[in-house]
Write a protein that binds this ligand. Structure first.
Ligand SMILES: [Zn+2]
Length: 519
């Protein structure tokens, strides 16, 4: 049977099966029966019954197409990478740790000329492959297509379909220019360089975004079962009231998740204090006023969140998505992890951009989530390793409205999982599944990955895409991209002194909270 069919039957036999509610240290052995993309049963003895010729009710008379030997293997739910952007996949390893606002001017689409469809397909596939190889079966792509081109959107959606990952797709949009999002920029920068500053995305010329997001959703909503739609206002301070209200209306009427960035850096927080005084300088108040502070909303980063805002988020059931690796690499600070846990906020995890993290690896995110909590509160207590795994699976699924489908290995759920090799030194000796997944595993042990019942990684190799051909194509595409990177850096030289001056003034301004470890 070819790998590309999810309408088939699979049996994983005699593996340890991770259950959030069960023994997370020594998960018991069981068989997992997968029928037509769904987990049909998780219990010991299915393989033995079949070998003895006994009927297995869930198979309804069908035979098993493939048996995967689970000896010395641990099966874990597929991770949900709840914050990711595919637009800079080809820039991994290009930058040192630099402040967020400098990185934005080097890495993000508004700084580059329009890309080719071939480059867009290649980067989408490559990013998804990196996710899959590390056991990420669902990815939330908050994609910037700038300048907007519907053909590029089409190319991306097709790439996701072809590679076989589950994707929660959102087009990143804003209707306020990036030049207005940096404190002190208008006073520090001379008029001729002011408009050179840009952010994650810029407003699309001559496009009513309210109509665009509605029409794109209607057009693509039933495109593919593994593709679900979400709404992506870039950040609250860069979206007008009418735009956010329209997004709120669409989210409510169509039951759509909304993903946005908030308070990632001190600059993003200070500009909110300065420009949103009618909301007492709080973007949480702003989101509440436009009808978005609800369980559909996920707030990426949330590093510079004040305590009273954390309480508002907890009360509203709004989700937070932490990206500790990217926050460190962009010198943005450390999120108040323990405060979110204390307010019972649903906290998902992401890996963020490929040029600010620089890897799609939830093991790194989980380890930093569990470990950096100590910077915000040294006394013992949560989050535990098992909590980190919940954040990387269940919490992300809940934020995406996919709780009944992904995040746990239960009958009726989609068969989205990875099989980890317990003979890898990371698991020898086998003391605790949860703690060795979070603190020891690097991704090296991920051997097999299944999405929707389809084997997309087998023996650590992608089954759906010719990786060698993709590598060769990327090498060719990089010739153009490297030239454009060089041009962008030269252009940036003119505005760097003013950008640094704005940031210096920002860091010197007291906003009543500190997420850097200074002083
Ligand atoms: Zn982001």
């Amino acid at each position: 049977m070819p790998d590309h069919q999810s309408s088939r039957t699979l049996l994983i036999q005699d593996a340890r099966v991770y259950d959030h509610e069960g023994d997370v240290d020594q998960p018991p052995f069981a068989d997992i029966l997968i029928v037509d993309g769904l987990i049909a049963a998780v219990r010991p003895g299915i393989g033995k019954a079949l070998a003895a010729g006994e009927p297995v009710a869930e198979l309804a008379g069908r035979s098993v197409d493939e048996v995967i030997d689970g000896t010395d293997r641990l099966v874990v739910p597929g991770f949900v990478n709840s914050h990711y952007h595919s637009h800079d996949v080809l820039l991994k390893g290009v930058f040192e740790t630099i402040p967020l606002e400098l990185w934005m001017m080097m890495a993000l689409p508004p700084v580059y000329p329009k890309r080719s469809s071939a480059e867009i397909r290649a980067r989408t596939l490559l990013g998804a492959i990196e996710c899959l190889r590390a056991g990420i079966t669902t990815v939330q792509d908050l994609a910037t297509i700038y300048p907007f081109d519907e053909e590029h959107l089409e190319v991306m959606l097709q790439a996701y379909e072809d590679v076989g990952i589950r994707c929660i797709f959102a087009l990143q949009i804003a209707d306020v220019t990036g030049a207005k999002s940096l404190p002190y920029w208008d006073t520090v920068a001379p008029p001729e360089v002011q408009s050179m500053l840009s952010a994650s995305v810029e407003p699309f010329d001559g496009v009513d975004l309210r109509i665009l997001v509605r029409d794109l959703y209607r057009k693509h909503k039933n495109r593919h079962p593994r593709l679900t739609w979400a709404l992506g206002p870039s950040s609250p301070e860069r979206c007008s009231v009418p735009l956010l209200e329209a997004i709120g209306d669409l989210s409510r009427s169509e039951n759509l998740p909304v993903y946005t960035h908030i308070y990632e850096s001190k600059a993003m927080t200070l500009i909110a204090r300065q420009t949103h005084q009618s909301d007492k300088g709080s973007l949480i108040n702003y989101l509440n006023r436009v009808g978005l502070l609800n369980p559909h909303l996920s707030l990426a980063h949330s590093v510079w969140m004040a305590q009273h805002e954390i309480e508002q988020i907890g009360a509203a059931g709004t989700n937070v998505v932490l990206n500790p690796v990217g926050n460190l690499k962009t010198r943005s600070g450390i999120a108040p992890i323990r405060q979110y846990v204390a307010e019972a906020v649903n906290v998902g995890l992401g890996c963020d951009n490929c040029s600010c993290s620089d890897s799609q690896n939830m093991f790194q995110s989980m380890k930093l989530f569990a470990s950096l909590a100590g910077v915000t509160g040294p006394d013992p207590g949560p989050p535990t390793a098992a909590d980190a795994i919940r954040s990387a699976t269940l919490a992300g699924a809940r934020a995406a409205g996919l709780s009944d489908k992904v995040g746990a290995l239960k009958p009726g759920m989609a068969a989205d999982l990875s099989i980890i090799d317990l003979t890898d030194p990371s698991f020898v000796p086998f003391n605790s599944a949860a703690r060795q997944i979070v603190f020891t595993e690097s991704g090296r042990g991920v051997e097999t990955v299944i999405v929707d019942g389809r084997i997309v990684v087998r023996d650590r190799k992608i089954t759906t895409i010719d990786e060698r051909a993709l590598r060769e194509e990327v090498a060719e595409l990089m010739k153009e991209l490297r030239k454009d990177l060089e041009t962008a850096m030269k252009r940036n030289a003119a505005l760097m002194p003013y950008l640094l001056e704005s940031l210096k003034k920002t860091w010197e301004t007291d906003i009543g909270l500190n997420r850097h470890v200074t002083g």
